[in-house]
Design a protein around this ligand. Structure first.
Ligand code: NCD
Length: 301
């Protein structure tokens, strides 16, 4: 495995995370036009699950850095002939790709890829991890509050099936924030401190809603969309109870009228589209790191 692969937030130290975030911030300002000195790097994007934000913001980041991008159409590849994930990635490496971005429904799919030497950037594995989503969430909070230390974060919804909840918990705790989890009892997860959203809404700095992961078997049962919004979602009553300085977030895609009142998606406290913008910055930062480039020198910035 290449040491610059980004597979799980567990592999990053607090210092690694701060360096990635600082580089991402600089990509938004002084280093906007910075490109990989080793230009024309070939990157393959291999998405086995549906994706808009992650897939196309990786692509945008790659193109902005001067890479050449191959968007592998899994449905037209030899995966349909039964070729294994390992063989598929080994083929891409043998063809000459310099790095690969992978999203796959299997938890820790990368464990099969130990013998791959090019960097692997994880675009989401099963219910386990989603490191670049986590980093863009952290960046959004870091920009807002100037630190992650001491932040009071509540994540609400389908915790059980969410790789975003898992990665964000891992990283936020590492950075000194408090993270608690709300939503229907059936979606609680062992080791994830449960709270009632209405009990903590006034003290939270960040309230993040999660999508109901229907493709992983989650269902509202007898509850209607409107009932879910009323009991567990970000509605106008809860929004009004939040601190003036607090923000609301969602990794997307949003089910409007279920997790979020549709009028709140672009409300002043919402950072939903900011998160998406930040996704390009953190992906530029992790791609730069994947090719072994050290953090930007701040004093030159
Ligand atoms: C998330 C994912 O795929 O894990 N989406 C994303 O990457 N922005 C969350 C989700 O699909 O609900």
């Amino acid at each position: 495995m290449n040491k610059y692969s980004l597979l799980t937030m567990k592999d990053l130290t607090k210092q690694d995370i701060l360096q990635i975030l600082d580089d991402a911030l600089l990509f938004g300002t002084d280093y906007k036009d910075w490109q990989l000195p080793r230009s024309k790097a070939l990157i393959a994007n291999l998405f086995f699950e549906a994706s808009t934000r992650t897939h196309y913001s990786f692509e945008s980041a790659e193109l902005q850095l001067g890479c050449k991008v191959a968007d592998i159409d899994v449905g037209k590849s030899s995966v349909t002939k039964g070729e294994s994930l390992y063989d598929t990635v080994k083929v891409l490496e043998s063809i000459g790709y310099d790095a690969v971005v992978i999203r796959h429904s299997q938890d820790e799919y990368y464990k099969e890829l130990e013998n791959i030497s090019i960097p692997i950037l994880n675009g989401g594995d099963g219910q386990k991890d989603h490191p670049t989503q986590c980093l863009l969430d952290l960046l959004t909070m870091y920009q807002e509050f100037g630190t992650l230390e001491g932040l009071n974060v509540v994540i609400c919804g389908d915790i059980l099936h969410s790789r975003v909840a898992a990665s964000d918990k891992e990283a936020l705790e590492k950075m000194g924030a408090t993270v608690r989890f709300a939503g229907p009892e059936i979606w609680r997860r062992e080791g994830f401190t449960p709270v009632e959203l209405d009990d903590v809404i006034e003290e939270a700095d960040v309230v993040m809603m999660l999508r109901i992961q229907k493709e992983r078997g989650s269902s509202l049962g007898d509850m209607t969309d409107a009932e879910y919004l009323e009991r567990y979602g970000m509605n106008k009553t809860r929004y009004a109870r939040m601190k003036d300085t607090a923000i609301i977030m969602h990794p997307g895609p949003i089910n409007r009228g279920v997790e979020f009142d549709t009028d709140l998606v672009e409300a002043p406290k919402s950072r939903y589209f900011k998160q998406i913008q930040n996704g390009v910055l953190v992906r530029k930062s992790v791609i730069k790191r994947a090719f072994g480039y050290p953090p930007f020198e701040k004093e030159n910035a």
